[in-house]
Design a protein around this ligand. Structure first.
Ligand code: ADP
Ligand code: RBF
Ligand code: MG
Length: 189
């Protein structure tokens, strides 16, 4: 799981500019490709809601912890740019019993998704947890504890998926070490 050419060495504890922590950010809809095409859903957050420091990070893959909360709002259906519809449930199905509200490991992609030819930057979080429902319109607060690799272009969808799976493994391994685990508490209220 180590040794990909693009991997950066991960220090044994977060080193500057990390840790970075956000406030609660809105979970908005993107193109809907994460789950549909890659089988890896990502909660998209507007980059304008992120700090200058986070926006100044190089495009690539990062890891940390995240915590989601529901927003008190009536469900609403919105249209994507491509015309498909998304039902925003504002997190009303999030379940404490299922662990959905826990502080969870996250891999974060800050990039322009060259594989999909986007010309704008997105910040997307894959939260390492099985949710029974989506949670568009809910909010997420997260920290960034380290950097895994730069954003890459891929010739196949399978190669992108495979690399994301390696990112997830790498993140889980590091987040499980004492010097990183302690930063879960940054997200406790
Ligand atoms: P979009 O392009 O609209 O972001 P995705 O296919 O990436 O579409 O799906 C994202 C949605 O899936 C998230 O907004 C969230 O509501 C839901 N979701 C379900 N499980 C997860 C997960 N483990 N991590 C992130 N989002 C998840
Ligand atoms: N997209 C890319 O084009 N290149 C990447 O290197 C890349 N790395 C990613 C790493 C992770 C951990 C995640 C969650 C996503 C990554 N993506 C990457 C973004 C992917 O293309 C995106 O999630 C889909 O376009 C759905 O929005
Ligand atoms: Mg997404």
């Amino acid at each position: 799981m180590t040794g990909r050419a693009a991997d950066f060495p991960i220090p044994d504890k977060p080193s500057a500019p990390f840790p970075l922590v956000t406030g609660y950010c809105n979970i908005v809809c993107g193109f809907g490709r994460g789950s549909a095409e890659l089988g890896i859903p990502t909660a998209n957050v507007p980059v304008q809601e992120l700090s200058k420091t986070i926006n100044g990070l190089q495009l690539g893959v990062y890891f940390g912890f995240a915590k989601i909360k529901a927003v008190d709002h009536e469900p609403e259906t919105v249209s994507r740019n491509n015309g498909t519809k998304v039902k925003m449930n504002y997190g009303r199905f999030l379940s404490r019993e299922n662990g959905d509200l826990d502080i969870l490991p996250v891999v974060l992609s800050v990039g322009k998704n060259p594989f999909y030819d986007n010309d704008f930057k997105t910040a997307e979080l894959y939260i390492v947890h099985e949710f029974d429902n989506d949670f568009y319109g809910a909010q997420v607060k997260f920290n960034i504890l380290g950097y895994i690799r730069p954003e890459l272009n891929y010739t196949t969808k399978e190669a992108l998926i495979q690399d994301i799976k390696i990112d997830i493994k790498t993140a889980l391994k590091v987040l499980n070490t004492e010097n990183y685990k302690v930063f879960r508490s940054q997200l406790a209220d």
